[in-house]
Design a protein around this ligand. Sequence first.
Ligand code: FES
Length: 97
Amino acid sequence: MNKTGSDERKGHEIIMCMGSACFTRGNNRSVEIVKDYLEKNELTAETTFRGCLCSNRCKAAPVIIIDGQPFEKVVPQAVNEVLDHVFKEGGNENESA
Ligand code: FES
């Protein structure tokens, strides 16, 4: 299963559902938004970002799974908010700029 060793997990894992329901309802655009977010926040090195086929939550599409937690109905406009919730509020919600 892990013969190559290339499946090593990084600090965070983002799995974007690329099944047809999620893809057409927004994940086709959200892929770039997530990539951009990770680059801007210098999170690429510590984050595994991959796609999956249908994750059996089509009624709640588009779905993004972050660190094992499914986020449902994440339209492209909401992607940054969800990522902020996970990466910036995780453990230090009251931090302000
Ligand atoms: S296509 Fe994403 S949950 Fe089915």
